[in-house]
Design a protein around this ligand. Structure first.
Ligand SMILES: *Cc1c(COP(=O)(O)O)cnc(C)c1O
Length: 382
């Protein structure tokens, strides 16, 4: 089976991990700050914090921005459930902003309309989470401008998008957001096994997320509220979690980061190859908007109608091609239905989902495998 996504692990990655295993620190050692510094430098952000997943980074980001009961977070329905679950962890409510069909990203027009309505009904969001779907940045300048009018904060869910650029800057520089979150799950662009990161230019948010990642404990004597009992003293000042990444993972992350640009170049090549190979077929693909480069995490095609999607999906799986579908609109999950969400909330996301298939997209896919994918599509459409 050719999978839809696959990690690339080199001998250098293996050596980096083994070196940590033979060292004094498996966790809370020097590999973590090193990886964080490299991430911050790559993305041109002031601070990066490593987490044990993007999910825990999103939770920490929401907490740092003060989201709590009575709060409201808006995100895209065309995403993994973690993009909205982070609000529920904080006891806040969520709502969804429909997508633009050409890119699969949150529609700025729908967002603007929803904000205008929200202002009248007193239901404005505290936080908006744009998701850079398939690796393509959302229209961050527009979203940032709206945040200034309506007073919400922004967390970029960039789980798909490390290495993507928006008007020349790397996603993660937080030029248009408070915090940006990456995922290092093995199907994503680079991996640490499980893992994630939160980047910010704001010292206060950085501090809040750092405390939250480790039980709400601080060892910074400047911030102690009581007199220290001695040099061993630390304080738990609020309720946090253990959301830490290990040094084993961070060493893998540093090694993976070295090959990120190479990885991205190969993904671009694969996207362009798919784009030109399917031009004559009755399927469409997503468009890249101007001023952006995609990290090309996913390559999505759409059939003419939902029935063809099911047939093509089944035929490709039967030909040992591990296609997938991204995403079932989040609010259609049974858990979200129980919260009161109903089908029809975001018509574009539902229409998009009904015809979408993600083709295999990973740097080590061979030319022969790519041909196999396109030939199987050819044999099963029309
Ligand atoms: C994978 C993913 C996440 C969650 O990442 P984990 O590291 O698995 O927690 C969040 N948002 C999006 C859009 C994702 O694709």
């Amino acid at each position: 089976m050719i999978p839809y996504g696959r990690q690339s692990i080199s001998q250098q990655d293996i050596d980096a991990v083994v070196q940590v295993l033979k060292s004094d620190f498996l966790t809370q050692g020097p590999a973590i700050p090193r990886f964080e510094q490299e991430l911050a430098t790559y993305c041109d952000a002031k601070n990066a914090l490593a987490f044990n997943s993007a999910t825990s980074a999103l939770h920490s980001a929401c907490h740092a921005l003060g989201l709590g009961p009575g709060g409201l977070l808006w995100t895209s329905p065309n995403s993994f459930v973690a993009s909205s679950n982070c609000a529920l962890y904080c006891g806040a409510d969520v709502d969804f902003v429909d997508i633009e069909p050409e890119t699969g990203n949150m529609s700025v027009d729908v967002l603007r309309q929803k904000l205008e309505e929200g202002e009248k009904t007193d239901k404005l969001p505290d936080i908006v989470v744009p998701v850079h779907f398939a690796g393509q940045p959302c229209d961050m300048q527009e979203i940032k401008a709206l945040s200034e009018t309506y007073g919400f904060r922004i967390i970029e869910d960039a789980a798909h998008a490390i290495g993507a650029t928006y008007h020349g800057g790397h996603i993660g520089n937080c030029e248009y957001s408070d915090i940006t979150v990456f995922s290092f799950h093995p199907v994503k662009i680079i991996t640490t096994g499980e893992g994630g990161a939160a980047l910010t230019n704001d010292e206060y948010l950085h501090q809040r997320m750092m405390d939250f990642r480790s039980h709400g404990i601080t060892k910074d004597e400047q911030r102690f509220t009581n007199d220290p009992d001695g040099p061993w003293y630390y304080e738990q000042q609020e309720l946090g979690f253990n959301y830490r990444m290990t040094d084993i993972q961070a060493a893998l992350g540093s090694s993976q980061l070295e090959k990120l640009n190479q990885n991205l170049a190969r993904r671009t090549e694969i996207r362009e190859w798919y784009d030109s190979s399917i031009t004559d077929l009755p399927v469409t693909h997503l468009q890249i908007a101007s001023g952006r480069t995609s990290a090309n995490h996913l390559y999505v095609i759409q059939t003419a109608n939902p029935k063809d999607r099911l047939l093509l999906f089944q035929a490709l799986r039967a030909s040992d091609i591990g296609v997938n579908v991204h995403y079932i609109p989040i609010y259609r999950q049974p858990y979200y239905k129980r919260l009161g969400f109903r089908q029809g909330l975001c018509p574009n996301a539902e229409e998009y989902y009904s015809r979408a298939i993600s083709l295999p997209m990973f740097p080590t896919i061979s030319e022969k495998e790519l041909l196999q994918v396109v030939n199987a599509i050819k044999a099963n459409v029309e």
